[in-house]
Design a protein around this ligand. Structure first.
Ligand code: 5AD
Ligand code: SF4
Length: 469
């Protein structure tokens, strides 16, 4: 399977970036501004950074305000209906921007637009949108922008092409000490509730070489945190000319020189191996935290979800990790109200989260997605009932989270100072290696460095402490 973008195609896109720059120089007497917003997961944010990189090469500056922008791009998310509704609302509101500034360009891309029915709705009902392309066409973005600018026509590009990996395109990162590093794209798992395999295409891995180079370059520039991204990082490396395991990629990254830490997501329990857990235990730069989404605590529902593991296997992994990695913390994703789920099934989920004692949970009410298998299943449970379960889940986890935070009082945690704390002047906030949120009083100069913090107080969702300097 050919997956990498050819040198010829890459050069062609650089040529289009140059041509767009020339067109823009004729059109504007100042550098035009772009506003890029990525909805949804970190993989989308990372794609948004690549789009920004290409826009920068085309001569665009950047603005946080859509009202000042000559080019607005929304990189969309389709994971739940709520995410899509938000995008439809925000895109609708852009018609006012277009009226005020008719020569501006409005573009949409990402998981929502890869779905034919969504692209058709954009074409029909949102005439102010100039450019719509799916997840398979990102590497042709410069060519599409050129087409919009030179033809003055609306451009739609959503057909599925080969599942390409594009190395060598420019990147404009949002942060200067934390970086997202996609290591693979797509998903082959087809969990029955999930739209991702339909919109992001087949699973494919980047070669280790370009990944290691990216980390090496950024580490040399002083980056402090890398988060490796993939829908199922545990199956990284399959299908490469020289197959390599995720654990061995982690070990290679760990050898790179520099004062940085490494996170990764998402780990699918069905492919989580002892080899991987051993690597986490042995590599000093890896955070001792595993995001291991269980989704549900009922074997019956896990089967319906097509998750390919049992609770017994899941518990075995947690036990093994606890034995090998002292102090390891876990987080998880939970879906409440999958079709056919009963209160009894849900109580098994509650029992599991009490047993595992996750540090925190990402919790979702099941949202039917057109085209998935679960969307065809009988779903008789009323929404209000699911909302009650959801509330019960939040309350249960809140108690667990508070207990964990209280147990941290008196301990010293290494925290990456990430920015100013909200509503507390003179305070900074950041994540500890175990992924707890830590607030502490400190000078802004420390933003971007690791700070040891002695924890003095537990809050519901965070802890407070004093720097130990
Ligand atoms: N409804 C609710 N939650 C979903 N997720 C994925 N698809 C759906 C859906 N249709 C959740 C899963 C996944 C996380 C990223 O989003 O928990 O792990
Ligand atoms: Fe969706 Fe399952 Fe793939 Fe995750 S592993 S992206 S939940 S299909």
């Amino acid at each position: 399977m050919k997956t990498e973008l050819s040198q010829a195609e890459l050069s062609l896109q650089f040529e289009y970036m140059k041509r767009v720059r020339e067109l823009l120089a004729q059109r504007y007497d100042h550098p035009p501004l772009a506003h890029v917003h990525s909805y949804g997961c970190q993989a989308n944010v990372a794609e948004g950074e690549r789009i920004q990189g290409m826009l920068a090469q085309m001569g665009y500056g950047f603005t946080d305000s859509p009202d000042d922008a000559d080019f607005i791009l929304y990189n969309t998310c389709a994971i739940r209906k709520g995410a899509e509704d938000r995008v439809f609302g925000n895109v609708g509101a852009l018609q006012h921007n277009k009226r005020r500034r008719p020569d501006m360009i409005i573009a949409l891309c990402g998981c929502m637009t890869q779905q034919e029915q969504v692209a058709a709705r954009m074409k029909r009902s949102y005439p102010h949108v100039d450019l719509v392309f799916g997840t398979h066409a990102i590497h042709r973005f410069p060519q599409m922008v050129h087409e919009v600018l030179s033809s003055q026509k609306r451009v739609f590009h959503i057909e599925e092409t080969e599942n390409i990996i594009a190395e060598g395109l420019p990147i404009r990162r949002d942060g200067d000490f934390k970086a997202w590093i996609p290591i693979m794209y797509g998903c082959d798992n087809f969990c029955t509730y999930c739209i991702v395999p339909y919109v992001k295409g087949r699973e494919r891995s980047r070669r280790p070489g370009p990944i290691l180079n990216e980390v090496r370059e950024l580490a040399a520039k002083g980056y402090r945190e890398f988060t490796l991204l993939g829908q199922n990082v545990n199956s990284y490396g399959k299908g490469l000319d020289e197959p390599v395991s995720f654990a061995s990629l982690l070990r290679k990254i760990n050898e790179i020189e520099g004062d940085f830490r490494v996170r990764f997501m998402t780990s699918h329990p069905k492919d989580c191996t002892h080899e991987l857990i051993d690597a986490i235990a042995e590599c000093d730069k890896l955070c001792k935290h595993i995001h291991l989404p269980v989704q549900c605590g009922s074997d019956r529902i896990l089967k319906q979800m097509n998750r390919h593991y049992t609770l017994q296997q899941y518990r075995e992994l947690i036990d093994y990790a606890r034995k090998k990695i002292p102090g390891v913390s876990f987080t998880s994703d939970i879906i409440v109200g999958f079709p056919g789920e009963t209160y009894k099934d849900f109580c098994e989920t509650l029992a599991l989260i009490r047993e595992v004692e996750y540090d925190s949970l990402y919790t979702f009410i099941y949202s039917p997605r057109e085209g998935t298998r679960a969307a065809q299943m009988e779903d008789p449970m009323p929404g209000e009932e699911k909302s009650r379960w959801f509330q019960e889940l939040l309350e249960t986890q809140e108690q667990i989270g508070i207990r964990h935070n209280e147990a941290r009082v008196g301990k010293v945690l290494r925290v990456l100072a990430e920015g100013e704390a909200k509503n507390k002047s003179g305070w900074l906030t950041g994540h500890a290696d175990n992924s707890s949120i830590v607030n502490f009083p400190a000078d802004q100069d420390l933003i971007g460095s690791f700070v040891p913090v002695r924890i003095t107080r537990a809050l519901n969702w965070a802890v407070e402490g004093e720097p130990v300097l």
